[in-house]
Design a protein around this ligand. Sequence first.
Ligand SMILES: Nc1ncnc2c1ncn2[C@@H]1O[C@H](COP(=O)(O)OP(=O)(O)O)[C@@H](O)[C@H]1O
Ligand SMILES: [Mg+2]
Length: 643
Amino acid sequence: MSDTETSKPDIAQLLEAHRRDRASLHWEGTFREYFEMAVKRPQLTQLAHARICDMILAAGTTVINPGTRDEITRYNFFSEELFGIDEAIEQLVEYFKSAAQRLEVRKRILLLMGPVGGGKSTIVTLLKRGLEKWTRTEAGAVYAIKGDPMHGDPMHLIPQDLRPEIQKHYGIYIEGELSPQARYDLEHTYKGRHEDVIVERIVFSEKDRVGIGTFAPSDPKSQDVSELTGSIDLSTIGEVGVESDPRAYRFDGELNVANRGMMEFIEILKCDEKFLYSLLTLSQEQAIKTGRYAMIYADEVIISHTNENEYQAFVGNKKNEALQDRIIMIKVPYNLKVSEEERIYKKLLSQSSLQGVHIAPYTLRVAAMFAVLTRLEPPKRANVDLVKKMKLYDGEDVDGFKSKDVKELKAETVREGMFGISPRYIINRLSNALVQESKKYITPIDALRTIRDGFEQHTGITAEEREKYLNLITLVRKEYDEIAKTEVQRAFVYSFEEMAKNICDNYLDNVEAYCNKEKIKDAITEEEMEPDERLMRSIEEQIGISENAKNMFRQEILIRISTYARKGKRFEYNSHERLKEAIEKKIFADLKDIVKITTSAKSPDADQLRRINEVIDRLVKKHGYTPESANELLNYVGSLLSR
Ligand SMILES: Nc1ncnc2c1ncn2[C@@H]1O[C@H](COP(=O)(O)OP(=O)(O)O)[C@@H](O)[C@H]1O
Ligand SMILES: [Mg+2]
C-alpha cells in the first residue's frame, strides 16, 4: 500500500466523527437548568445584533499602515473574501457595534446600496455562512425553547412582572414575549410550570430553516405575505376549529424562521408594498403581525440590497417616507484599487474552470486597470489625469503627491465607484476568450481584446459608455506597452556581460573602420557600409567626449587594442577604464536598441536566436511566463519597438 492510500481517511470513521461532532453540540435540559447556565454565561442572553457583532469581532482585526494617516482597521471576518471595500465594511461593523448595544439603529433595516456585482450579496452570504459556523462554537452557542417553531429565547418564559427583579439581581436584560406555540405548550404540556419547560441548543442553518431566512421578490400577484409570516395549517384547522389556536398555524414564514438570527431580503425595493409593511412593523415594533394573533415578538437582523437607481426612486417617492425612516443605508461601491481588483480576479478564477490555464504576468493587472478606470470620475485638478489618479488610489508613489492629495481627490467626487465595469464582467470575458479560442494561455493583449469585444455584446453598456470605454482601453494599452518593454529589457539586462561585450565589439568594429578609413561589412547581408557615426557618438557621449575630442579617444582605443594583441591578451570591454564606463552607462540607454534589434529581427541569426532563447528562458524561470507567452511578449515588444 502506498503512503497516500494509508493516509486516506476511512469513510466510516469520518461519518462516526461527524456524528460525534453533532452529538457534542446537543444539549437539552429544563428551563431551570438553562437559567443557571445563562447566569454564568451572559452572552447566551444576547440579542441577534450582538450575536453577529461578536461573531465578526471574534475573527479579529488586522491594522494596515499602523501609526500613519492611512491606517485602516481590517476585519478578518470579511477580509479573506472581500477586497478594497474597507469603508463599506467599516460602516457595516459600526452598525453592528451600535446595534449590539441596543441603540435605536438596531430597529432599522440595513440596506446595502451599490452597483451590480460589487459584493453586496457576498457580504450577506458571509454573514449567513458565518452564523452557521459561529452557532456551532462554544462562544456562539444559542439555546431555544424546544418545540417552538420560532426557536424563541428561553428567557421569555420569565413573566413580565419578574423581569425587573431578574435584571437587578442577575443583570440579565430580557426583551420580548413567548411565541403563540410556546405559550400554548407552557399552558398545556407543562401545565403552566415555567421551570419545567425543555430548552435545547440550536444550530443555525439556512437549509434547516433555523435562524436564517431569505426572501426574494417574485411576481407580486402570486407571491403571498405568508411567505414572510407563515400561514394557516389546512391539515389541522379542521380538528382545532379556531384560527387563533397555534396548532392551526404554521409559523414557517421567513421572518419566523429568522428569529434570533438574520433575514436577507433580496432586492427589497423591487418588492410589492404589502411585503414592506410587514417589515415596517417588524422594524418598528420588533414584532410580526401574523394571522389572528397578537403581535409576535421577533429579534432579527434584516439586511437587504438594492442598486442606486431603485434607491433614488424609492427616496423620491413620498409614499415611502415611513419606511425610509426605518432604513440605514450603506453604500457598497466598486473597489477602486488596482491591486485589490487583481485579488478579486484571482479569487474568482480560483473558483472557476480556468484554474489550469496559464495567465501571463500583468494580464489581470491590465484588466484591473481598465475596470478601475471605468469607475473613476475625472479628476478636477489640472495636474492629475485619470491614470495618475488610478495609481494614487492604489498607493503608488507618484512624484510630488502625498496621501493627503488622495483624500482630496476622493473628497471632490460625487458618485465614484457607483458606476463602471464589474469584476464579474471581466472574469466572464476572460473565460470567454479562453473557451472560444481554445487557448492554453492568455496574455494582457488577449485580455484587452476580449474586454473590448464584449462592449458590443453586453446590452448593459450604452453607446456613450462604449465610447468612453474604448478610450480607456487605449489608455491601458499605452500603460501596458511601457510595462511590456520594461519587462523584456529587464530580462535582457540579466545578460549584462554579454550585452556589454556586444556593444563593445560593435563599437570597436566601427572605430577600426573609421580610423582606417574603411567600410564596415554587415554581418548578415555582407553589405558594405560607412562606419556608424551615431552609434560611436552615442557611446562616447556617455562620458562627455566632445566632437573635437572623439578622434583622439578612438585612436587611443586602437592603440590599446594593439598593445593587448602584442601581449597575446584579448581586449575586453573592461580593458579600458573609460570605455568600460561609457559602455556601462550606455547599457540602460542602449537596451532599447538591443531589444529592438533582437526582438524585431525577421529572421534572427544564430546569435540572436540564442539570445532570444535566453531571454525567454529567463522570463519563464524568473518572471512567471511559459515559453509560449514569453515568446508572444518578445514578438509584441519587437513590433512596438520597430514601429
Ligand atoms: N470588493 C470585492 N472583493 C471581493 N470579491 C468581490 C468584490 N466585489 C465583487 N466581488 C465578487 O464578484 C462577484 C459578484 O458579487 P456579488 O456579491 O454577487 O455582487 P452584488 O450582490 O453587489 O451584485 C462575487 O463572486 C464577489 O465575490
Ligand atoms: Mg447580489
